[in-house]
Design a protein around this ligand. Structure first.
Ligand SMILES: [Zn+2]
Length: 65
């Protein structure tokens, strides 16, 4: 490994290389990332709710026997 790549990161959204401290190339990408993260968190809650629902269904159906 002879290549010396200067310290840089890639934008978390558009994968463009950026030398700034932030992992985003622009304010627009940063906002997009924040929105995405919020949406992902919502999905985690939905998954948890679904899991709890499935467990309740299993418990109730096994109690009904
Ligand atoms: Zn970007």
């Amino acid at each position: 490994m002879v290549d010396q790549i200067p310290q840089h990161t890639h934008c978390q959204i558009c994968r463009k290389a950026t030398t700034s401290q932030e992992p985003f190339c622009s304010e627009e990408c940063k906002q997009q990332y924040t929105a995405m993260k919020k949406r992902n968190r919502l999905w985690v809650y939905v998954m948890y709710a679904l899991m709890v629902f499935i467990i309740i269904v299993i418990v109730v159906s096994s109690l009904g026997k």
